[in-house]
Design a protein around this ligand. Structure first.
Ligand code: NI
Length: 267
């Protein structure tokens, strides 16, 4: 595998646990149980019609040797997504990139988003973008205006382009290979699962079961106003074999739609 991609994933993890202390804690708890964790996928959120739209974003990963895996639509959230995967090795983490169709929202929503996008660097350099994180002035009124129409849109405004979640592959676990058992363990340790649409999303028949914790909350400085808002969350996925004996590598729109809500402000 392209070493730049693996280095990128390491950088992402460091950035991610910084704003997602629960992920670090769960990682440590599972390691203490003797588990060796492999990530199923890492997810990013971005804006359509921007220097970091899906079209631009995916070129970076294609250059690193991943291939196009699938496309997904979430019409009620005005979000579309794709996933990229390694051509042969299912142990290499996949990338899930979703994109908000911000022009389809109200003029006010589009105006705020357009102002943010105009401040993004035009070179599409993902690594330097992630290092800079937020290069626009965060304003609480703007965050709240966006969140009235889209929790996704307000999350992206506050956090920028960075990993939204990492996902533990249950297939790599020994003791916690069963999603119900893992969920019970997480609850016993005090974590709150996303129960929107049920704690387990998907099924063995659909070849993919997923669960997630609700996002951690962090205090963010909105130009002088501190506000405690959802940051990132940790997800768990178990994949099943297709008829050809290969593990299913795709995603389920209905499940992902509910998992997006792990960053909802009301929990
Ligand atoms: Ni995910």
């Amino acid at each position: 595998m392209n070493s730049e991609y693996l280095k990128f994933l390491d950088t992402c993890w460091i950035d991610y646990i910084d704003s997602t202390p629960s992920a670090r804690k769960i990682n440590e708890l599972l390691s203490a149980e003797g588990e060796q964790i492999i990530n199923d996928h890492i997810a990013f959120r971005t804006w359509s019609d921007s220097p970091f739209s899906i079209e631009h974003f995916k070129k970076i990963f294609l250059d690193w040797g991943l291939v196009h895996g699938g496309e997904y639509l979430f019409p009620n959230k005005k979000v579309r997504a794709i996933h990229l995967q390694h051509p042969t090795d299912t142990n290499i983490p996949k990338i899930f990139i979703s994109e908000i169709q911000w022009r389809e929202f109200s003029p006010e929503f589009a105006k705020i988003t357009s102002k943010v996008i105009s401040q993004l660097s035009k070179d599409g350099d993902l690594l330097s973008m992630m290092q800079k994180k937020i290069c626009w002035d965060l304003r609480i009124e703007e965050y709240e205006t966006l969140s009235l129409e889209s929790e996704y849109g307000s999350w992206l405004y506050a956090w920028g382009i960075r990993p939204n979640h990492f996902t533990v592959s249950l297939n790599s676990l020994k003791k916690f290979n069963d999603i119900l058992k893992l969920n019970a363990f997480l609850k016993e340790k005090g974590f709150t699962l996303n129960s929107i649409g049920g704690e387990v999303k998907g099924s063995a028949q659909l070849l993919l079961e997923q669960s997630s914790i609700m996002a951690d909350r962090m205090t963010v400085d909105f130009s002088g106003t501190a506000k405690n808002i959802p940051s990132c969350y940790y997800e768990f996925a178990k994949r099943y074999q297709q008829n050809n004996g290969v593990l299913y590598q795709g995603f389920n729109e209905k499940s992902a739609d509910k998992i997006f809500e792990s960053t909802n402000a009301k929990s």
